[in-house]
Design a protein around this ligand. Sequence first.
Ligand SMILES: [Zn+2]
Length: 207
Amino acid sequence: MIETLTVSVGALQANCHIVRDSARRDCVVIDAGGDSDKILSAMDNLGVKCAAVLLTHGHFDHMGAARALKDIGAKVYVHAEDGYMLSRISPAGFNIGGFNAVEPDALLSGGEELDIAGLKIKVYHTAGHSRGSVTYAIDNNLYCGDLLFKESFGRYDFEGGSFEQLKTSIDMILSLVGNYTIYTGHGPCTCSDYERKHNPMQYYGRI
Ligand SMILES: [Zn+2]
């Protein structure tokens, strides 16, 4: 059985999702913002070791603890277009503290099917919030970072953001057949059926 424990971390209360197959002692961490101690103690309580940090995008509030997890053996994944954000904060970048540079171990391009910690993980390139934003699909769950939120959608005014791309990516994710549980980058989780009806992006065209 796939289990997700979500921990809110850092000044912006970004969601860090600890995902595992309950039969195993390892996990992946999808987004790792600040508060590495909080993430490490949540993993300790579950009795799991982190095999990989999968970043939905490169913003500081989703990656600040990646280096601490890498230091204890996790591999760090990010889309190639956001890779540069892990080594420096650009002048146009967004940061209110908590940035820690980390070298990614794998650069994604979208379309991959990863097999880590006993999990089959599909990668979708869902640009719009940043050029290299991705959504990870595991079982009936989507982990979409700051692409969309419950009854809302992500900002597109940061470096690399694009409203048109955000809209196209949300259309794509909500067109996936079925009713996925959607774990977002901030706030509560939601699901495809609910967002098809209530996400305000529908007012900007077809979802
Ligand atoms: Zn972001």
